[in-house]
Design a protein around this ligand. Structure first.
Ligand SMILES: [Zn+2]
Ligand SMILES: [Zn+2]
Ligand SMILES: [Zn+2]
Length: 180
């Protein structure tokens, strides 16, 4: 798993604070207590600009506090999702991943079924066409997630070089959202 360190720090700092506030409000609304473990999980999640499975997040949190259980990580991710800070993404390998949601621009995913590479993309044209389709069918969209499965450039090259493959898909983000 490749971890990207967060860039443009100062802007992020203010956003972190806002996200922490949103999380705290949500916890209180749910009648829960603010705990050190929940705070740690939130911190680790916000720091990591990536598509994380529950196991990935658990592993990252474990590196900082071994006493945090997987159930706590799972429940906290659910809370983050309810609070609108995380969103579930399915990348096609049967697992559920989570990514930042709050204040993040919408994007869709291309997923390499060979190595698990994820490319995030955004196309205003595609978005507009999806809206037009929904309108045509009198459908009121609340959200969507467009997934294109296939082979990344590297894996296409590997495939032409040798036809043997047995690698398990691993998922990592390599690209930020490119505008077109
Ligand atoms: Zn989209
Ligand atoms: Zn690939
Ligand atoms: Zn994404």
């Amino acid at each position: 798993m490749i971890l990207q360190s967060a860039s443009d720090m100062p802007k992020k700092k203010a956003k972190f604070e806002e996200e922490k506030r949103i999380f705290l409000e949500h916890i209180q609304k749910s009648g829960l207590r603010k705990t050190g473990q929940r705070d740690l999980i939130l911190e680790v999640f916000l720091r990591t600009e990536e598509h994380l499975s529950i196991e990935d997040l658990y592993w990252l949190v474990q590196k900082e506090d071994e006493t945090v259980g997987q159930t706590t990580v799972y429940r906290t991710l659910k809370l983050l999702t309810e609070a609108g800070l995380a969103r579930e993404v399915r990348l096609g390998d049967g697992r559920t991943y989570y990514e930042h949601h709050h204040d993040h621009e919408h994007h869709d995913h291309m997923i390499c079924t060979e190595c698990g590479k994820v490319i995030e993309f955004f196309s205003p044209e595609l978005e507009a066409m999806q809206d037009a389709m929904a309108e045509k069918y009198n459908f009121k969209p609340t959200h969507h997630s467009l997934r294109i499965l296939g082979l990344c450039q590297e894996c296409q090259q590997k495939e032409t070089n040798s036809l043997s493959s047995g690698a398990q898909p691993r998922v990592r983000v390599v690209a930020g959202v490119s505008k077109r």
